[in-house]
Design a protein around this ligand. Structure first.
Ligand SMILES: [Zn+2]
Ligand SMILES: [Zn+2]
Length: 128
């Protein structure tokens, strides 16, 4: 396979030369990050999680639901430390409704988040 002539990184003002059209390593990551953030409404979500109202709903919920629900279903008792939205906020889940919350431990929550992230990459949410 012949090597093509070097082309510049497509990022404005970057002078890196690449063997194939696109972005240099550094900017590929940056562009990817910005794209993902815009799509997921990342900043809005982060603002929500820091809001006083959410903090108090979360604290009250975890007081009433001190055990990780996913671990409990498997027969073990792990303290729940995350008030997880069963229907994710980015999919229009109810933010403050206890019926849309479940207590999870950190590892169960990470597993769920990873699954959702992978799923939304495969199936971008439609405005339903
Ligand atoms: Zn670049
Ligand atoms: Zn758990």
């Amino acid at each position: 396979m012949p090597t093509s002539a070097p082309t510049p990184c497509r990022y404005p003002s970057c002078r890196a030369l690449l063997s194939a059209p696109g972005f240099c390593n550094e900017h590929r990551a940056a562009v990817h990050r910005e794209y993902g953030r815009a799509r997921r409404g990342f900043d809005t979500e982060r603002g929500f999680y820091q809001s006083p109202r959410w903090r108090s709903v979360r604290a009250a919920f975890l007081r009433e639901h001190p055990v990780c629900k996913a671990c409990e279903a498997l027969g073990s008792t792990t303290p729940g430390v995350v008030a997880d939205h069963i229907q994710p906020i980015k999919e229009n889940g109810l933010r403050f409704d206890w019926s849309n919350l479940q207590a999870l431990c950190v590892s169960c929550h990470n597993r769920k988040t990873a699954r959702e992230t992978a799923a939304s990459r495969l199936y971008p949410p439609r405005g339903s």
